[in-house]
Design a protein around this ligand. Structure first.
Ligand code: DC
Length: 226
């Protein structure tokens, strides 16, 4: 367990707070692997939708989860998302849409989904030297991690950032709708019974509302190094 404490950094927080950017940069600075746990929930949501699995039917979910072989591809560059391959199919381009965001939030409340993905995440962590990013990486997945961070920012600031990201990718954006969805997703992620979005008691809280990505990065790296 002490090795685990040394080599794992967790970065949790609500949607659109800048976790991915910061986690990728911290990982690259430390030479660690970046584990995007949200991409895994997105992949499961994508699979369940594609195969029309009834998310109210626990045994159908369990059977579907048994059929999912999930692989994360490293991000191409520091500003790129990680890729995801499900059963040999590269679905990287399909999992970042607003509807998959909402669906991922819904299916992530299901116990069998969390069980499967938490186990896979811990497996990835066994190799150590990892920066894990998500909602429960500091509280549930890696409670013994040495370096834990919780990023937060106002919903309006987060929706504006997400809108800018989507626009940069050439996608049309309705910012008001995005804010509504951000608030709804936060509520779902925070109020679910299992592994809700929550700051670990021993995590460092960073309010990113008025900070640039560079400032957050320096703050996090300084805390890890200190
Ligand atoms: O970080 P993200 O936006 O890619 O995550 C998508 C959804 O997945 C998020 O709304 C809730 C869920 N999720 C989770 O429940 N636990 C995690 N560790 C990561 C993501």
């Amino acid at each position: 367990m002490s090795d685990c404490r040394r080599e794992i950094v967790t970065i949790d927080g609500p949607a659109g707070v800048g976790k991915s950017t910061i986690s990728r940069r911290v990982a690259s600075r430390l030479g660690f692997t970046y584990l995007d746990t949200g991409a895994m929930y997105r992949a499961v949501a994508w699979y369940l939708r594609k195969h029309g699995v009834d998310t109210g039917d626990e045994s159908a979910i369990a059977a579907a989860l048994g059929r999912i072989d999930l692989e994360l591809l490293p991000a191409g560059g520091e500003d790129d998302d990680v890729g995801v391959v499900v059963n040999g199919e590269d679905i990287s381009g399909e999992i970042r849409s607003p509807d998959i965001s909402m669906l991922a939030s819904s299916v992530s409340a299901l116990a069998p989904v969390r069980e499967k993905l938490t186990a896979l995440q811990r497996q990835a962590g066994e190799r150590g030297n990892i920066v894990a990013e998500g909602r429960d990486t500091g509280t549930v997945v890696f409670p013994a991690a040495r370096h834990k961070f919780f990023l937060d920012a106002s919903p309006a600031a987060r929706a504006a950032r997400r809108a800018r990201q989507l626009r940069e990718r050439g996608e049309a954006v309705d910012e008001e709708k995005l804010l509504e969805m951000t608030i709804k997703r936060d509520r779902q992620d925070s109020e679910r019974a299992i592994a809700p979005l929550r700051k670990a008691a021993d995590a460092t809280l960073v309010d990113t509302t008025d900070l640039s990505a560079d400032q957050v990065l320096e703050l996090v790296v300084a805390k890890i190094s200190g």
